[in-house]
Design a protein around this ligand. Sequence first.
Ligand code: ARG
Ligand code: ZN
Length: 875
Amino acid sequence: KTIRLSEYRAPDYLIDETHLDVRIFSDYTDVTAQLHIRKNTQTAVATSLELVGADLELLEIKVNAEPVPESLYSIADETLTMNNVPGQFILTLVTRIDPKRNTSLEGLYVSKGMYCTQCEAEGFRKITYYLDRPDVMARFTTRIEADKSSYPVLLSNGNPVEKGDLDAGRHFVKWEDPFKKPCYLFALVAGDLSVVEDRFVTSSGREVSLQIFVEPQDLDKCDHAMDSLKRSMKWDENVYGREYDLDIYMIVAVSHFNMGAMENKGLNIFNTSCVLASAETTTDAGFQRVESVIAHEYFHNWSGNRVTCRDWFQLSLKEGFTVFRDQQFSADMGSETVNRIDDVNFLKTVQFAEDSGPMSHPIRPDSYIEINNFYTTTVYEKGAEVVRMIRRLVGVDGFRKGSDLYFERHDGQAVTCDDFVQAMEDANQIDLSQFRLWYSQSGTPCLQVSSEFSASSETFTLTFKQETPATPGQPEKKPLHIPVAIGLVDSTGNDLPLELEGGTRIDPDNPVLELKQPTETFVFRNIKEKPVASLLRGFSAPVRLQYPQSREALAFLMAHDRDGFNRWSASQQLVVSVLEDMIAGFQNNESVQPDSVLVDAFRTLLTDSSLDLAMVAKMLELPTEQFLAELLPKPTQVDAIHQSREALKQALASSLSTEMTSVLDRYPLHTEYHYRDQDVSERSLRNTCMYYLMSLEQDDVVERCLNQFKQACNMTDQLSAFKALVHSSRSEKSQVIEQFYQRWSNESLVVDQWFMVQASAPQADTLERVKELMNHTAFDMTSPNKIRALIGAFCNNNPVNFHNEDGSGYAFLADQIIALNKLNPQVASRMAVIMTRWANFDQARAGLIKQQLSRVQSEPLSPDVYEVVTKALKS
Ligand code: ARG
Ligand code: ZN
């Protein structure tokens, strides 16, 4: 069934108070819900009340303590309908659920013996019948009762107000959340957990107790999360003026979790992968991820919880804004440029691909079959880009004024994306009406730019042509309001003052051209020599920029642009243009050597000690095969891309082996681990050089790599060496695979890395190995982390093998989707998304993928998988 934004109606009934009593027994759990319901006098048209519930056994139903006769209610299709209810009453429901058999990981379920919940978006209906929609906000109390020795820790939202022992070794705790909230923010945990505690004093003097609950063996991996939490709390006070509002902030780490984490009021539930971190078990990237997810969930307390979404079409209201806030936080904690590069790389690889396929949707979708399918990079990451553009348009101070007004105006409400934009407009007296199209129009705009220098008139002319390709359901596109940050760089590397013909001056501190028409021309005057244009600085808008520049110009920008992001972007464009030559060569069976412009530019990166180490490391990283596949013309040349990228890696390694080897000597293995910028950059640069050199597979480098594998004091260095060895064709690798597993078999998150590295190996026998690993004792088909590490890594990060022209990769994936569809629809559907890209491949491959999609379609499907597969086959 398709749900449409245009059909939104305010709720007919409201719930003011929700009192839950959850009694956990070993074979079942009974939930008593007392709901204080009242007719919504402003809107109510219906006379019957419809509550939703799924996988529930209804044991009791009472209105104002009187049992309701069966003639007065009915249950069909996940709906409990009651006729002729009073205008205001207390509804009591007792439902029985089976958390131990709940493998969907939504609602109440069990992970490694611990009871926990995931209610966003629509999981609460698996706990009791309810008005499971975010515009129904109630005050909650939760009483939890369970066996005391198995489940000593009983948690829910808000503050504990009562606890006590009961007969038969049972006990209870009662929680009260003073803030009204939609049920998707409800959470409950029962388990045998250890806790790490700290405190934070807010700017107004409220003392907050901070608690992170984990399994006992993980107690030593909570410091980084705790530290990140305290920094997030401080940062949100300083940058957004937002203070925490309860006396406790709890985080619980859970092994089986569909996503990264969940911002339940006062009781965040986290995937272990987003909270646990230690030098021995976690890479630098892992540390970075923990920091940003902790911040993300904390920031939701305001952007999401205090001000929430009216309906699920507005998801980007909280997610786009909160991703933007966590990106700003990470930028402030480390290097702004490096963070920006990583974020844009991800956006261009994953979101651009999504937006050009059959699942393309605007950041505020206008219809869905299953909302879980819309927790996408479009809603999250493109949503964050849209907020970032607003900030650029209204300025830093204007943005703060706008966010203050938004929080003040809508505190305690469930609102829309439009309310957010309205607050930004009202606080800044600006008109964002055309800008609003970013919320409703899908697809990635393409921005074609041409330039012309006239020596005689001393002008430089830039012409922009914007065009958004058609997407499913949106054949016609309108021109968008696009901010393009620019600079014109002179031969000494300085930005020229920008003055438009006609005299308009452009703000030298924030030089931005605002595009609104399909085609727009800007003529800059007093330009005495031909400049090099640096366009879309900082990636000021989520568009595909097409501005052909010579390799010399790119190398120049790479060395001189004062915008760090564009220095990196120039280096990427240079690499891509060289790779395009090599790919063309590959298709004609001739080997093309990389252009010396690139080799020389890379040599400078490796030898000029005045350069920023983090930037050097970033610029030396070759774009991934997935990034190239997204960028280059279709049908995607899977093998040519892989072979050419390998050839480029080897050519650079052999031309620059002296320089790369001296980097290894200059930055020897650290003997102590610190997660700090300088060290992270050194490790990253050394490991990048190691990765290049290992492509030559010479004995001396292999020796170094083996040593690093054995001696590394931290997971970043050990895993880099492990990956380089496993992805080589050297015979040492089987022993290394064994050793790594023996060393880390008790660390589930490290075992995930072990699966991932093997699943992404380019060797031809990888699929066989993946199938073998599915039978490994450490693999677990009920664990999303394991599925992503093994199946996900093979299908997403191993293009040559997954897209093997014999179709074996596609058949394998279809088998897994069919199996997962029954166990965990959300995860199954994520896997199915991979198959939606069939149109990007040659006819033979496209045909094979569609065959597998049809095979999946012929199964009885969950709405999640059904939506993805149908949309993929319809296109
Ligand atoms: N709100 C969570 C976050 O971004 C994610 C919840 C995802 N839930 C889902 N059903 N897909 O922090
Ligand atoms: Zn979020």
